[in-house]
Design a protein around this ligand. Structure first.
Ligand SMILES: Cc1ncc(COP(=O)(O)O)c(C=O)c1O
Length: 450
């Protein structure tokens, strides 16, 4: 059999053997992967504590108090709303919905936050629904960062802030929360910013500050005075405040969550971020949102429509129904936002008790569902030399996972290199877990201590 092979505009007839020889030479030409190296905007972001610790958990099968998600069921009216949406006679609930947010959800969010912020929030132009708070952060940061812009990041920070700022060509400027006391009962309110240090970071290149209240992992709920200082500096330097408030409902009495967008002069310079995953205990749904003034939100819309475009319709429908129910019963003990926080206080206090009992020194969180604890009093019981990591909290958490079968997260993952040493003696545990699993953690630590 003969084959036709082309060169320029000429055709040659070749035998089958010659034809296969020619094609295999073409196929065997080595791929030059150097051309496909990771783009420089992601350099330094290759490692992730989550990827590493999930792998560690798969290998050693510890009781996992590392990752932040509930191990109990979400409210049934929310999960039922999802199945109703998927099975609805309205078949369009399984098709694409409006790109910037499903009409029923933006309408519920507008009703909710208009009341909480104390102004009318336009559902169409001032709210964007995203794939989790993660995408809301991405759209806010990428939508507002030009190369060379400085972005102030309060440490500890949710670890994706920095790679996102760098991906936009921005320059992160860090300021840590530092514990003002180490002895006795330590509250997350004891972790504070140095006001002078904060003031010193603002300058004409500052584009934004990223705030996370309640904070992950310390659990700090920023108070009125602290927020007023941030607000005053944002106004003085014409700076945007990106406020990550995904734990807004998980605040423990008598603490109160204050939305910085509600402070005088702050609405027009704040983008606030929320998460259905945290609000309704459905972290796997990955529905989030951002709200703020239309001139700031249009940049987020541009990022969203050119990357994700639209989020899942039935999930948005179900989250909308959840909000419709909770808006009606807000302020009453039946409201999920109230009842979940009340349930978590008991879990928080139980965890603080057993960590103290075993010799650690926990910081009692005012909000969120994480607790950090100083493990250094137990250092003599741990063989840190078995591990090779640079930072002691990585060595401690890995050793504990392998030898004691209890997994936490090293909090230095939430700090820049220059400040990681501040939390090397700490571990982060998550307490939004079934009581029986918290009891197991207690037993594991008690037996270890013996
Ligand atoms: C502070 C903070 N922001 C944002 C997120 C991301 O939320 P979501 O799961 O809705 O993307 C998390 C998740 O753990 C978080 O802790």
């Amino acid at each position: 059999m003969m084959f036709a092979v082309g060169k320029g505009n000429q055709l040659f007839r070749v035998s089958e053997t010659v034809f296969h020889g020619l094609t295999s030479v073409c196929i065997r030409k080595a791929m030059d992967y150097a051309k496909f190296a990771l783009p420089s905007r992601y350099h330094g972001s290759e490692k992730s504590v989550w990827v590493e610790y999930i792998q560690l958990a798969l290998e050693h099968k510890p009781l996992n108090l590392g990752q932040g998600f509930p191990d109990f069921a979400a409210p049934d009216y929310v999960t039922k709303a999802l199945s109703d949406a998927a099975l609805s006679d309205n078949v369009l609930l399984n098709q694409y919905t409006r790109g910037f947010g499903h009409p029923r959800l933006i309408s519920a969010l507008s009703r909710l936050y208009s009341k909480l912020i104390g102004r009318s929030i336009d559902a169409q132009s001032e709210i964007l629904v995203t794939c989790g708070a993660y995408e809301a952060l991405f759209a806010s940061i990428l939508g507002h960062t030009n190369p060379g812009d400085e972005v102030i990041i309060i440490e500890p920070y949710f670890d994706c802030y920095v790679p996102m700022v760098r991906a936009g060509g921005g320059v992160p400027r860090f300021i840590p929360l530092r514990p003002k006391k180490a002895e006795g009962t330590v509250s997350s309110s004891d972790w504070v910013l140095d006001e002078k240090e904060l003031e010193g970071l603002f300058n004409s290149k500052t584009k934004a500050i990223i705030l996370n209240t309640p904070n992950n992992p310390v659990g700090k709920v920023f108070n009125q005075r602290e927020l007023e200082l941030i607000a005053q500096l944002c106004k003085k330097w014409n700076v945007l405040c990106i406020s990550d408030e995904v734990y807004e409902w998980l605040v423990y009495k008598p603490n109160k969550h204050i939305r910085i967008a509600s402070l005088p002069g702050m609405w027009e310079r704040t983008i606030t971020i929320g998460s259905a995953g945290k609000t309704f205990s459905v972290t796997g749904w990955k529905i989030g949102w951002a709200y703020g003034p239309a001139p700031l939100m249009k940049n987020l819309q541009a990022v969203h429509q050119n990357s994700v475009y639209t989020c899942s319709t039935p999930l948005q429908e179900a989250v909308a129904k959840g909000f419709e129910i909770e808006i009606e019963r807000m302020g009453s003990p039946e409201c999920y936002f109230e009842s979940l926080a009340a349930e978590l206080v008991a879990k928080r206090d139980y965890m603080a008790k057993f960590l103290s009992e075993v010799g650690m020194n926990p910081t009692i969180p005012e909000g969120g569902y994480f607790m950090i604890a100083d493990w250094s009093p137990l250092e003599s019981k741990v063989n840190l030399n078995d591990e090779t990591d640079k930072y002691k909290d990585y060595r401690f958490t890995k050793w504990m996972t392998k030898n004691v079968k209890l997994q936490g997260i090293p909090p230095s993952a939430f700090y820049s290199d220059e400040h990681k040493n501040l939390v090397e003696n700490f571990v982060r545990y998550c307490f939004i877990k079934k009581d029986e699993n918290l009891q197991k953690a207690h037993t594991i630590l008690k037996n270890w201590k013996k």
